[in-house]
Design a protein around this ligand. Structure first.
Ligand code: IPM
Ligand code: MN
Length: 348
């Protein structure tokens, strides 16, 4: 019996999560495992009503679940940063989900903006560090609001944090067993302290993985190759900030936000799975948002729970469903949000 905490969140989050749960239930009855959902109402609406983002007690409670299934956090009436740091980053940091795993995979029949690129050309995974770097909120202001203002945002990289991320990426490349290549994407030519630590750690750890080709690309060049030669990548390991940026580019080349999923992984603790598209306020409540990203997040969750067979069945059914859809974009799918969920469920 898997105990899943569900945080539907804001905007279109609840609509897509509903379809993901539908698919998980279909998979559980077909593959004979128990699954139980407990819903939490964290998000913009609760914040506007109560002033509360994510209480510490909730973080403790969430540690008792096998996984967390998250829709989207972000509300047009809440100042940027409050919900992101108060809920999403608090979950990632508080549960020490030190890996953000983002597969960039072009499925058959999905349109990519890259000319002449096929599914076999776009199939790699970004391992993004998820608890350090520029995201920790360290820094401050001096003389705020004056012409002499100074704003400092500190980037923190620890040997422990960098090493565990790089080690995870090497292990992942080995387990994935494709091109067996790991590319570190960083900026060693400018970030001469922080990324010197990344490079040294990468080189040291790579000695333990002689079966994996250890490669390096500056992050700016990485964006260039992702567009020009995405087939060069197998697994990319990168920092929190760079990973945030390159995975949005990755989402676009794999067919858009309607299909991009990610996992916030604590290999020794509770992991959290989410579609990476955000709350999409303009499509909220219309039944037109694409639930495939949320369904693929559920699929990743099944895989991490050890239900490999069920995960494979969900992925196959998604591939089948996609072949019937007109587009991956909201409002242009040829089906409603719930019809897409029904089709994936029926195909399991
Ligand atoms: C993501 C999002 C978040 C991030 C925001 C909402 C804080 O963009 O999951 O990529 O920057 O990590
Ligand atoms: Mn992002």
């Amino acid at each position: 019996m898997y105990k899943i905490a569900v945080i539907p969140g804001d905007g279109t989050g609840p609509e897509v999560i509903r379809e993901g749960i539908k698919v998980l239930k279909a998979a559980s009855s077909k593959y004979r495992f128990g699954i139980e959902f407990t819903e939490f109402d964290f998000g913009g609406k609760r914040y506007l009503e109560t002033g509360e983002t994510l209480p510490d007690s909730a973080l403790e409670e969430l540690k008792n679940f096998n996984a967390i299934y998250l829709g989207a956090i972000g509300h047009p009436d809440v100042k940027p940063g409050i919900l992101e740091t108060g809920i999403l980053l608090k979950l990632r940091f508080g549960l020490d989900q030190y890996i953000n795993l983002r597969p960039i995979k072009l499925y058959p029949n999905v349109e990519t903006p890259l000319a002449n690129k096929k599914p076999e050309d776009i199939d790699f995974v970004v391992v993004r560090e998820n608890t350090e770097g520029l995201y920790i909120g360290s820094g401050g202001f001096l003389k705020k609001g004056t012409p002499d203002e100074v704003a400092i945002q500190e980037m923190v990289n620890t040997r422990k944090g960098v090493e565990r991320c790089i080690r995870y990426a090497f292990e992942f490349a080995r387990k994935r067993n494709k091109a067996k290549k790991l590319t570190l994407s960083a900026k060693t030519n400018v970030l001469i302290h922080a990324h010197d630590l990344w490079m040294r750690t990468f080189k040291e750890v790579s000695k333990e993985y002689p079966d994996i080709t250890a490669d390096y690309a500056h992050v700016d060049a990485t964006t260039m190759w992702m567009v020009k030669n995405p087939e060069w990548f197998d697994v990319i390991v990168t920092t929190n900030m760079f990973g945030d940026i390159i995975t949005d580019l990755g989402a676009m080349i794999q067919g858009g936000m309607g299909i991009a999923a990610g996992g916030n992984i604590n290999p020794e603790g509770v992991s959290m799975f989410e579609p990476i598209g955000g709350s999409a306020p303009k499509y909220t409540g219309k039944g037109v948002i694409n639930p495939i990203a949320a369904i693929l997040a559920a699929q990743m969750m099944l895989d991490f729970l050890g239900e490999g067979e069920a995960a494979k069945a969900v992925e196959d059914s998604v591939i089948d469903t996609i072949s019937k859809m007109k587009s991956m974009s909201a409002g242009k799918m040829g089906y409603s949000t719930s019809e897409v969920g029904d089709m994936v469920s029926a195909g399991i």
